[in-house]
Each structure stands twice: as C-alpha cells, then as structure tokens.
Design a protein around this ligand. Sequence first.
Ligand code: GRF
Length: 195
Amino acid sequence: MRKIRLGVLGSGSGSNYQALHDAISRGELDAEIVMVMSDIPQARILDRAQAHGIPQAVIDCCGFASKFPESAQRSVAQTMLGTGADLICLAGFMRLIKRPLLDAFPQRVINIHPSLLPAFPGLAAWQQALDAGVTETGCTVHYVDEGMDTGPIILQEKVPVLREDDAHSLHQRIQQAEHRLYPRAVDLLRVRLLG
Ligand code: GRF
C-alpha cells in the first residue's frame, strides 16, 4: 500500500500538524504531508511547515474576518487536488468549510476537536467542559460536513477532568491526547481509503 497523501489546513500553532509530521518521521504513520495552507499569514503552522521543507501557501480570504469565501474554497480545492492529496486534515482551521471544498474531497475532509462530540462543539471546548462540571472530556476526530463540528465520528479519546484543573491544564491534557489520536485516525483512514 502506498503512503497516504495529506493536505493540512490550519490557522494557529499547528501542534496537531506537528504531531502528524512527528508520527511520520518516527515511522508510525505511512503518510506524506504534501501541502500546508493557512488563512493567517503569520500562523506558526506555516513556520513549522517551512522548517520541515513542506510546501505551504496562504489562503486569500478576500478580507473576510471569519467567512471562507467560495472563491477561496475553490482555490484551495484546486491547489490540494493539484498536489494529489488523498485526505484534507483540518488542524485548528478556524473557518467553516462548505460545498466547494467538500465536493472536491467527498468523505475526505477530517477535523480534530477538543471534546467528546457531540458534547461541547464550537470554541474553547475545554472551558465548556469545566463550566459544565463534567468529570471526563476528551477529543474527537470526525468527518467534516457543512455544520460546526457535526460530521460522523471516526475516533475519540477520553481525558479525565481533575478537581484542580483550570482551563490551561485541561486544554494541555486534551492536546496531548489529540497528538496521539490524530495520527491514529489518519492511519485508520489510510487503510479505508487505500487498502
Ligand atoms: C486543537 O485543539 C484542535 O482540537 C482545535 O484547534 C486546536 C488547534 O491546535 N480544532 P494546534 O494549532 O493544532 O496546536
């Protein structure tokens, strides 16, 4: 079976991108990251990709603060198709994906979210978990549809909420789980898509 080719979209630090890259480097994930794209020119995810020698590009969202305009989605789809990407991995990408990109990669756009979906979709899911007083939360890798954190679930990992947790400590524990879960989920899809 050949390596699965990944296109990654992110808006921030890129620690989940880094986790995928590290799993590949350690020989634990038979994949190749073919392109990293960000809507934020200064995002650290682009610096990380540059340091790894991975092709990268900034997405022009035409001045919109949070919308992902159709023209930008078509351009991302075209770029990603041109790289031969098999799977698009959202890694902290902060805009909602709609038809142009989903149609170009049907059942091939996935996301990682810091809660056990369907609980706590949306922003700062770790804070939502603290506010709700739950004793367990976690992270989810799911297929992306047009909703916010609503697509079918692929894998989840549970994380305990400790009595002494604050937003920072809980977020960190969830992120450690995310960095294990995302490479596992991509490996699962590698077998599903290429096997
Ligand atoms: C992660 O917590 C992920 O669950 C959420 O955005 C965050 C991105 O973090 N969707 P990073 O940029 O991968 O460090």
